[in-house]
Design a protein around this ligand. Structure first.
Ligand SMILES: *[C@@H]1O[C@H](CO)[C@@H](O)[C@H](O)[C@H]1NC(C)=O
Ligand SMILES: *[C@@H]1O[C@H](CO)[C@@H](O)[C@H](O)[C@H]1NC(C)=O
Length: 365
C-alpha cells in the first residue's frame, strides 16, 4: 500500500478512537444530570421507536407456535477458570466464557456477559426493567449474547439488526434463599465501588435461570442503557425466579456508583430504565394464553362432574363385561361353537351407562 493511503487510514483510525472514547466518557445515570430523559440528547438511538424495556400487555400479545424453547449452551460447563465480576458504576457484571452460547434462535449466539437491575429497598416494589401488565418484579437479570454467525465480535454486532440476543429473567422475593444467586451476591462486598473487579469461583450459570425455558415473550428491542442500540432480540421468560428478601436487600444496598476514593458516596440503586412505547411492535408469546392458566371454580366443577360420570360409567361397563364373560365362558364349555352374544350386550352396556351418567349428572347439578 502507498504511504498517502496508509496515512489516511491511520488518521481515520485515530479519529474513530477519539470519537468512541468521547462517547464512553459521557457519564450518564438513571436520574440526575444526564438521567433517562436526557439520554437521547447524547445518544440519539435512545430516542428511537424500538426501545427497551417494554410493558408486556398480555391481552395484546400474539401466540407464535413456531417459537421453540431457547437452549442455553455450555452454561453448566463452567470449568475451573474463575469468572470476572466488576462494578461499572451502572451495575454488577460477570463476563461469560466465549464457549457459552444460546440456541433455539435463527442464528447461533455467543455469550458475552450477565448483569442485574434492581430498585432501592423501599416499599414501591419496583426494580425490574420489563413489566407485565404494568406490574414490576423486584429485580431483573440480563444474559447478553451476540450473533456469532453474522458478526465477528460483540462490538461489531451490537449496532446491527439481529446482532444481540438478551435473556430477561424477572426476579421476585420468596421465603427461600436461592443458592444460585449467592454465587454472585457473596462477592458483591468486594466490588462495592465503581471500577473494582474480582475473580470469583466459576459456577453453573443455568442455576440463575427459571426451569421453564419454553414459555417466554419475544420482541425486537434495544439495549436498555446508552447507547440504546436497537439490535436486540429479546426473550423475557414467563416464569419468574425467586430469591429471598435478604438476598434482594443485599443486592439493593451494597454497591456504590462512586469510586472508592470519592468523598461523596453514591449508592447504586434504581438502575432500571422506565418502560418504552411499543409503537408498531408486537410482543409474541411462545405459549398460548390458555395453557397453564389457573382454572376458574366453574371449570373445576365441570371437571369434577365429568370425572365422576366417567368413573361411574367405567365401573358399570367393567361390571357388565365381567358378568358377560362369566356367563358366556361357562356356556362356551358346553356349547363350543356358539358365538357369544356380544353386540347386543355391548349396546346394552353403552345405553345403560349413558343413562346412569345422565342421572348422576342431574343429581350433582
Ligand atoms: C471486531 O470486528 C471488527 C470487524 O472485523 C474489527 O474491526 C474490530 O477490531 C473487532 N473488535 C474487537 C474488539 O475485536
Ligand atoms: C424482528 O424484526 C425482523 C426483521 O424486521 C422480523 O423478521 C422479525 O419477525 C421481528 N421479530 C419479532 C419478534 O417481532
Amino acid at each position: 500500500m502507498d504511504s498517502p493511503g496508509l496515512f489516511v487510514l491511520l488518521c481515520l483510525g485515530v479519529f474513530d478512537q477519539a470519537a468512541a472514547s468521547s462517547v464512553e466518557e459521557i457519564t450518564w445515570s438513571y436520574s440526575g444530570l444526564i438521567g433517562q430523559s436526557e439520554w437521547s440528547e447524547y445518544f440519539p438511538e435512545c430516542g428511537g421507536t424500538s426501545q427497551s424495556p417494554v410493558d408486556v400487555i398480555t391481552t395484546q400479545t400474539r401466540f407464535d407456535p413456531s417459537l421453540s424453547p431457547v437452549t442455553p449452551l455450555g452454561y453448566s460447563q463452567h470449568g475451573n477458570q474463575p469468572f470476572t465480576l466488576y462494578n461499572n458504576r451502572h451495575t454488577a457484571i460477570i463476563e461469560m466464557p466465549e464457549w457459552m452460547g444460546l440456541g433455539g434462535l435463527p442464528w447461533l449466539f455467543t455469550a458475552v456477559q450477565l448483569h442485574l437491575h434492581w430498585g432501592n429497598g423501599g416499599s414501591n416494589q419496583r426494580g425490574s426493567e420489563h413489566t407485565i401488565n404494568g406490574m414490576s418484579a423486584d429485580a431483573e437479570l440480563h444474559v447478553v449474547h451476540y450473533n456469532s454467525e453474522l458478526y465477528p465480535n460483540m462490538s461489531a454486532a451490537m449496532t446491527q439488526k439481529d446482532g444481540l440476543a438478551v435473556l430477561g429473567i424477572l426476579i421476585v422475593t420468596g421465603e427461600e434463599t436461592n443458592p444460585g444467586f449467592n454465587n454472585i451476591l457473596n462477592y458483591l462486598s468486594r466490588i462495592k465501588h465503581f471500577g473494582q473487579k474480582v475473580f470469583i469461583p466459576a459456577f453453573d450459570i443455568q442455576s440463575l435461570l427459571p426451569e421453564d425455558l419454553g414459555r417466554y415473550y419475544r420482541y425486537n428491542g434495544s439495549l436498555t442503557t446508552p447507547p440504546c442500540y436497537q439490535s436486540v432480540i429479546w426473550t423475557v421468560f414467563h416464569e419468574r425466579v425467586q430469591i429471598s428478601k435478604a438476598q434482594l436487600l443485599k443486592l439493593e444496598t451494597i454497591l456504590y456508583s462512586s469510586k472508592a476514593e470519592d468523598p461523596e458516596k453514591m449508592l447504586l440503586q434504581d438502575n432500571y430504565r422506565v418502560t418504552q412505547a411499543l409503537n408498531q411492535r408486537v410482543v409474541f408469546t411462545s405459549f398460548s394464553a390458555d395453557s397453564g392458566k389457573e382454572l376458574s371454580s366453574g371449570e373445576v366443577t365441570a371437571i369434577v362432574i365429568g370425572v365422576m360420570c366417567g368413573c361411574v360409567g367405567l365401573a358399570v361397563i367393567v361390571r357388565f363385561i365381567v358378568k358377560t364373560i362369566r356367563s358366556t365362558s361357562s356356556w362356551d364349555v358346553l356349547h363350543n361353537n356358539r358365538p357369544a352374544p356380544m353386540p347386543r350386550s355391548l349396546f346394552h352396556i353403552i345405553t345403560s351407562s349413558l343413562k346412569l351418567c345422565h342421572t348422576s349428572f342431574n343429581c350433582f347439578c
